[in-house]
Design a protein around this ligand. Structure first.
Ligand code: 3H9
Length: 709
């Protein structure tokens, strides 16, 4: 009997709401319904076992289809919020084993994302039909884990060990067409409903064939156990270089390397590695960042109305051009405003260059490039942007200039339009005071390169209306950014903490380190880039401007590092003019420069310092504890809502290693009492900058954690 949607739906039993079993003719339809992403919580696992047992018992059911509701996610994997809590039976491996052993044909109908445990349950089915919109992947590695419910054993059996290693250790997702091409799915249907219909047809056909189900666990990979282990070992060696310091990718490779063993043995090996990862500090840190980056968005009340349909960006420099690219990527029309035809052409060319680069590296097609470039238009005067719903200012960091721009925007833009500044540290309240719409003015601090970095600091000025913030936060999500709310303090969250970090790095130079030593100590800690390489990239002149402003009223007894100023005076502006802390003979690769060392030694001599090379540990303590001490101040002043927001800012915007969970999470693992002792010591040795933050003192006394503040 062909499957018919209007067929009477016999509900067999429904005592596990997140999973339902319905009988449609002689096929059982098992549906997971656990919004928002159908995660495999304890209730879902129980429900699945229950449904399978009922379908197994029911002689009238000859085959079953497994699907889910909602359309966004088939199943997004294990329930991450359960990690770290005592295990609740049944475990996912038990559920997966029951699916594998199900005596009747079991067909998965997949729509939306099938990730992690979601892909594992699909692989445990005996046949898979995907909708065209389905996406697949094993993102466990991004959470410090490996697939722990047979994924490392079943995937290589379907697509070969080489591809499986890439998928499992890489953590990237891929679409239905690719899944079909590499043998993970058996058929692709036009949409979710068609996938269910096709799965029904397949289930009936398989039942009619009366053959034993085709279990992936029963397949073999073509390599011998020894050669699979060797391939995995070679892959691990590459991973050690590409992802230094990370445990999970290596465990992924080791687990997949066992795919030539008898299935049960491979699964035991996988389980041991999974549990090792689950207990690791890296897993805790990465899961913390997963939730921190999502919880940050909860600072904003969901916006009602205030749709942003068109956006204008003032200033076509690297940042402005990056912002229009972000907008066009999300399908939003963007107008770039520049003062004259020449500057406008340069700005538009910068945006075009980003797309050209993507096209040349095969990430977008020619027609996609043209489509996105069509969304970007130019304007040479304010009249051309008067109709925009949101205007993002991205002119150089100069308060007078910004005030002039905002006063003009206020006059020329339509009432109700939001005016945002991309300033990285200037006061939003002061900028807003140049307008008559202060409630509609906020900060939108993008990070370079704006088209790639995930972070957006949304800055609340004294008079910014909550709705303004909410509308910006909604737009942030639309353009793929993680919004974090920051208070209006110089440098907001990110740059405020970065200032003491950079300052200590520079004092270390005067005391005896070289830029390369400091950078390599911080890179070994896991930072994406050392502080001097980063400063060369952002420009010595920019760093100097910020410092001059920040230190304008600094009391005389605060010591001031001198190397940055010397570099500036010597005309070394960083990578952009070929020399800063390093030299850049080919325009991009840093090499050590004796001239910088001479300037550093001069600074040491002027301060009467006998140079001594610090250890990597001393470098890390000085830079990181300065940052954390400032983080404690930012928290108690309410500039950041919570420690997790600071962590999200640092991991998403400053290259802080995600495997350490961000600076405040890392500080909690070191302990407030220990950090306070070191801060006190530095206060004695290095001066006033190191005054311990009151919050750090409180936490040290109470044995408390930043996470609890
Ligand atoms: C695993 O499977 C281990 C197994 O191999 C072995 C076990 C033995 N659990 O991201 P969004 C929440 S490890 C719990 O904003 P999107 C999320 O917190 C898992 N909650 O939406 C948020 O909550 P809230 C491997 C989850 O549309 C809400 O859902 N799987 C989970 O931008 C919406 O999320 C993964 O790593 C979860 N698994 O993106 C996949 N997933 O609204 C992780 C999401 O309260 N998830 N939530 O803030 C994702 O990549 C994205 O969430 C997804 C949707 C692409 C699914």
């Amino acid at each position: 009997m062909p499957y018919n949607i209007s067929m009477r739906r016999a509900i067999v039993r429904s005592d596990s709401p997140p999973v339902r079993l319905r009988k449609r003719g002689d096929v059982g339809l098992v549906t997971i319904a656990n919004p928002p992403v159908n995660a495999l919580s304890a209730a879902v696992r129980r429900g699945l076992l229950n449904a399978l047992a009922l379908a197994e018992e029911d002689a009238k059911i000859r085959a079953a289809v497994l699907t889910s509701s909602g359309g966004k996610a088939f199943v997004a994997g294990a329930d991450i919020s359960e990690f770290g809590s005592p295990p609740v039976a049944p475990s996912l491996p038990e559920v997966v084993a029951a699916m594998d052993a199900f005596s009747k044909p079991l067909v998965a109908a997949i729509d939306g994302v099938a990730m992690g445990g979601g892909l594992e349950i699909a692989l445990a089915c005996h046949c898979r039909v995907a909708s065209k919109n389905a996406r697949f992947g094993f993102p466990e590695v991004n959470l410090g884990l490996i697939p722990g419910a047979g994924g490392t054993q079943r995937l290589p059996r379907l697509c070969g060990i080489g591809r499986a290693l890439e998928i499992i250790a890489g953590g990237q997702s891929f679409g239905a067409a690719r899944a079909m091409e590499i043998g993970i799915v058996d058929e692709v249907a036009a949409n979710g409903a068609a996938a269910v219909k096709t799965a029904f047809a397949r289930a009936k056909r398989l039942a009619a064939e009366k053959k034993p189900p085709r279990r992936v666990s029963g397949l073999r990979i073509k390599e011998s156990a020894a050669s699979a282990a060797r391939i995995a070992e070679e892959y691990s060696e590459r991973l050690k270089k590409q992802k230094p310091g990370l445990l999970a990718p290596l465990c992924c490779a080791r687990a997949a390397g066992g795919a030539a063993l008898p299935f049960a043995e491979g699964v035991r090996h996988e389980r041991a590695l999974f549990l090792q990862c689950m207990r690791s500090q890296q897993r805790k840190a990465l899961v913390h960042i997963f939730f921190a980056s999502r919880n940050a968005a909860k600072a904003f009340v969901p916006a009602k109305g205030g749709e942003i349909v068109s956006v204008a960006v003032v200033g076509g420099g690297t940042m402005g051009a990056g912002i229009v690219v972000c907008l066009a990527d999300a399908g939003l029309p963007a107008i770039l405003l520049e003062a004259d035809a020449d500057a406008l052409a340069k700005g538009l060319n910068r945006a075009r260059a980003v797309y050209e680069h993507r096209r040349q590296s095969g990430r977008i097609s020619e027609s996609e490039m043209r489509q996105r470039l069509r969304l970007i238009t130019g304007a040479k005067d304010y009249g051309g942007i008067g109709g925009a719903d949101l205007i993002i200012e991205a002119v150089p960091e100069n308060m007078d200039l910004k005030k002039r721009v905002f006063a003009e925007l206020d006059r020329r833009c339509k009432p109700g339009a939001i005016l945002a500044s991309n300033t990285s540290s200037l006061g939003i309240g002061e900028i807003a005071a140049a307008t008559k719409r202060r409630g509609l003015v906020a900060g939108m601090h993008f990070f370079a390169p704006a088209q790639r970095m995930k972070l957006l600091e949304i800055v609340r000025g004294k008079e910014t209306a909550p709705k303004t913030l909410s509308v910006i936060a909604r737009l942030a999500k639309q353009i793929g950014k993680t919004p974090v709310l920051a208070g209006d303090s110089p440098g907001f969250i990110g740059n405020r903490l970065y200032a003491p970090y950079g300052r200590e790095a520079e004092f270390l130079l005067e005391e005896g380190a070289t830029p390369a030593q400091v950078d390599s100590a911080m890179r070994d800690f896991g930072m994406a880039m050392g502080p001097f390489r980063a400063r060369d990239l952002s420009g010595i002149d920019n760093g100097r401007n910020i410092r001059l402003r920040d230190w304008a009223n600094l009391p005389a007894h605060y010591p001031r590092p001198r190397v940055l100023e010397k570099l500036f005076q010597a005309g070394r502006l960083g990578q952009k003019n070929g020399a800063g802390y390093y030299r850049y003979p080919d325009g991009k690769t840093p090499v050590n420069d004796p001239k910088t060392l001479a300037l550093i030694k001069q600074a040491s001599a002027e301060r009467g310092i006998h140079r001594q090379k610090p250890s990597a540990r001393q470098i890390r303590e000085r830079c990181l504890y300065a940052l954390i001490n400032e983080g404690a101040k930012v928290l108690s002043e309410g500039v950041a809502r919570c420690a997790a927001d600071i962590d999200a800012v640092y991991v998403l915007g400053y290259g802080f290693p995600a495997r350490r969970g961000g600076p405040m999470f890392w500080a909690d693992s070191v302990g407030a009492a220990f950090i306070l002792e070191r801060v006190k010591q530095f206060h004695k040795e290095c001066g006033e900058w190191w005054k311990p933050a009151p919050l750090l003192q409180q936490l040290a006394k109470a044995n408390g954690k930043f996470a609890e503040v």
